[in-house]
Design a binder for this molecule. Structure first.
Ligand code: SF4
Length: 303
């Protein structure tokens, strides 16, 4: 027997265990978009004449982020959306996602800027991965990509930088930071404050479970996935992901509880552990908290 939507009695396409609701296609899409609009209103209050850069890897999360921001702001002549794709230089993985980013931005009529590690840093991830390293490949990749995204967003005068982190990503990061006792990262996870040299980040999907992002992407013919990155070996995050998914099955709503608990204490955390002021990296000039930024340190640059 097909289960019916709790809002209109049409055939349901999803059961949200955490809310106890069966939803049809129309009401599922409305639910996702309502949560995203609420998140934007509550945490990011977009003003007139903003330029929102979207970090667009071309996968399901970033493509859904761009697609929904276009649905929300596409008719506003005072709001500009721009996609930024970073090509880290990962053979057999990144080229196809960049193609997918180009296809989507073409369809939506949105400008896409593609920047590469090779042009910016003179090295690709395929060069960095086999090198003797203190940290995992993802640590290098994450720091360098974040830095290049911010730099590019600044260059185009963006006032916001949207990224595709979903509820699962946020819940995993919160738990990971607790388990590592990393308070400074917890503070940085809170909805951002204006800091000179850093474009304000926004995460419109932070209230949407990963499975629902995938279903929304599927229903809108957005990219769903490309084989995994060959360097993805963040062992601890994988453990947390498995643990949280398992917990969510037995205790529906766990991921939302983690996020809302964090949101309640993030203001106190920010007051008790204020973020250090930013200066400029003495090598590349990017905003950072030390004399030399993380990206330059990881690349072994010195004055
Ligand atoms: Fe970079 Fe790691 Fe993501 Fe691969 S999995 S793209 S190395 S952050």
């Amino acid at each position: 027997m097909t289960l019916k939507c709790d809002k209109c009695n049409k055939d349901a396409i999803i059961y949200q265990k955490y809310s106890g609701m069966h939803l049809c296609r129309k009401h599922f899409i409305e639910d996702v978009e309502r949560k995203i609009k609420l998140t934007i209103r509550k945490h990011y209050s977009i003003k007139r004449n903003e330029t929102i850069a979207v970090g667009l890897s071309g996968g399901k999360d970033s493509s859904t982020t761009l697609y929904i921001l276009h649905r929300i702001f596409g008719m506003r002549p005072d709001i500009k959306l721009v996609g930024i794709s970073i090509d880290e230089g990962i053979e057999g993985y990144r080229p196809q996602t960049i193609e997918s980013a180009k296809k989507l931005t073409d369809e939506l009529g949105i400008e896409l800027i593609v920047k590469s590690f090779r042009e910016e840093y003179g090295k690709t991830m395929d060069d960095i991965a086999p090198m003797q390293r203190e940290k995992g490949a993802c640590s290098y990749c994450g720091v360098l990509r974040k830095s290049l995204l911010n730099k590019t967003a600044l260059e185009i005068g963006a006032t916001r930088l949207a990224i595709g982190h979903n509820l699962d990503d946020e819940a995993q990061t919160i738990l990971l930071n607790h388990l590592k006792g990393d308070v400074s990262r917890m503070v940085r996870l809170a909805p951002p404050k204006e800091l000179e040299g850093l474009v304000l980040r926004m995460k419109p999907l932070r209230q949407i479970p990963e499975k629902e992002v995938a279903l929304y992407a599927y229903l809108h013919d957005l990219p769903l996935g490309f084989g995994g990155c060959p360097y993805a070996h963040e062992a601890m995050r994988k453990e947390i992901r498995t643990l949280l998914n398992d917990f969510e099955v037995r205790h529906p709503g766990t991921k939302y509880a983690l996020l809302s608990g964090f949101d309640k204490i993030s203001g106190i955390l920010g007051r008790e552990f204020p973020q250090e002021g930013l200066s400029n990296c003495s090598i590349c000039g990017q905003a950072c908290t030390a004399d030399i930024c993380q990206a330059c340190k990881l690349l072994g640059k010195s004055k």
